[in-house]
Design a protein around this ligand. Structure first.
Ligand code: ASP
Ligand code: MG
Length: 417
């Protein structure tokens, strides 16, 4: 079994849906499990539905716009498929009904319940089109397979449930090859309450399915031809990372490279399942292979530049030393506010951190201000370079003022203004 993942950009309209079949042409003989995200910007639109519902506004116009878009895509790619068209319509009715009920659950639970519809709709359409065009397949509800805890919007997978769920809920196939179309991003608690794995979580879903089924590989089909040593949209002369290790890819995504969802790699590494990142536009491009092999990791410097950083310097008001007791309290506040520390450094009397400039971070500054003197620098950039060389560092730092510099053997990091 191969696991394929198609993201929202690859299925943003009827033409995108047709392109999925073009990609599959070369895999006609393979058993496939195909994970699909919501079409285009549907998840963002559904977040607006959640807001409207929670604020007591009428969410129906927003839903009708989504219905128009999805229904016409289905009509375009599978006009004869009455069953799928009915299933799509019923799904929209269910959502419309949901938002007319009085609010009775926590907001995060409603969020998961509502945004999960996007993946249901896209997979109904992709599955219908593939069935209509000679790729017989079964639509499967991912929530039957991916059991999670009830931590809404960032649910944790119950790994030990996967095997049994697959045995019970995956269809038995009469014909060869076996093809399944299912949703990324969504799961469900043991009680059947819908959960989600966090924004952009469909890559992670593909890895979960691959882990559960002992798949031979996972391929993420993207609008870029692989993983690069820097963001090709921001830098000239970027280079493809043709082969990199799980470990290196985990580090890169941890430091902010956005090609793969950071949680995707661990389950694949545990079972030694290779991950391919390939272009759904240029099918002849070889893409990137991520596997155990580390021998190519050090060949090219990779760099990640995160804009909009706040550099906070936290000092006890009585100028006492920054010691473990203080740090413990400070870390607790960061964790409670869900503010992630991207880089940290301490001196005798100050603890300095870089964080994304978000409303949560601003609130945290106020809270820290009760006990500490907090000074901050806004509009900073955090530059991370793996396998650095002096030429790369010089070109990245040109014309910038470094406020913090940290270097280890493989990684150089700077906060610059
Ligand atoms: N549709 C979800 C999102 O946009 C999940 C994904 O695309 O991976 O965040
Ligand atoms: Mg998406």
């Amino acid at each position: 079994m191969k696991v394929f993942k198609f993201g929202g950009a690859s299925v943003k309209d009827a033409q995108g849906v047709r392109n999925v079949a073009r990609v599959l042409e070369a895999f006609k003989q393979d058993d496939l499990l195909i994970v699909v995200s919501a079409m285009g910007k549907t998840t963002n639109a559904l977040e607006e539905v959640v807001k409207a519902y929670r604020e007591g506004r009428n969410a129906k116009p927003l839903i009708l716009a989504l219905q128009g878009m999805h229904a016409s895509a289905l009509e375009e790619v599978a006009p004869e498929d009455g069953d799928s068209s009915t299933a799509l319509m019923l799904s929209f009715e269910a959502l419309k009904h949901y938002v007319t009920q009085p609010v009775q659950h926590a907001e995060d639970r409603d969020y998961d319940m509502i945004v999960a519809f996007g993946e249901v709709w896209s997979t109904l359409i992709v599955s219908a089109y593939l069935n209509a065009s000679g790729f017989a397949n079964q639509w499967v509800d991912a929530r039957k397979i991916i059991t999670t805890d009830a931590r809404h919007r960032a649910a944790n997978v119950k790994w030990d449930r996967l095997e049994e769920n697959c045995a019970t809920h995956l269809p038995s196939f009469a014909a060869q090859p076996h093809r399944i179309v299912t949703q990324g991003f969504i799961g469900s608690t043991e009680e059947g309450i819908t959960t989600t794995l966090g924004r952009e979580g469909s890559d992670f879903s593909a890895a979960i399915f691959a882990y559960a089924l002992g798949a031979e590989s996972v391929t993420i089909w993207k609008d870029v031809p692989g993983m690069f040593n820097a963001d090709p949209n921001k830098f000239p002369d970027t280079r493809l990372l043709a082969h990199i290790s799980y470990k290196e890819a985990i580090e890169l995504s941890y430091f902010g490279a956005s090609v793969i969802h950071p949680r995707t790699l661990q389950p694949l590494q545990r079972k030694g399942i290779p991950l391919y990142v390939r272009s759904f536009i240029d099918l002849s491009a070889p893409g990137s292979t991520i596997s155990e092999a580390t021998d190519h990791d050090t060949l090219i410097p990779s760099f990640i530049v995160k804009p909009d950083q706040l550099l906070l310097s936290i000092t006890p008001r009585d100028l006492s030393f920054i010691v473990e007791e203080n740090l413990g309290g400070i870390f607790k506040l960061f964790a409670a506010r869900n503010v992630r520390i991207a880089l940290m450094q301490n001196s005798a009397v100050a603890f300095t951190v870089a964080v994304d400039d978000t409303p949560r971070a601003r609130q945290l500054i106020e809270e820290l201000g009760k006990e500490y003197e907090v000074r901050y620098n806004e509009g900073c950039e955090l530059i991370t370079v793996r396998h650095f060389d002096e030429a790369t560092l010089a070109s990245l730092l040109k014309g910038k003022e470094p406020l913090i510099e940290q270097r280890s053997r493989v990684t150089a990091r700077y906060v610059v203004k």
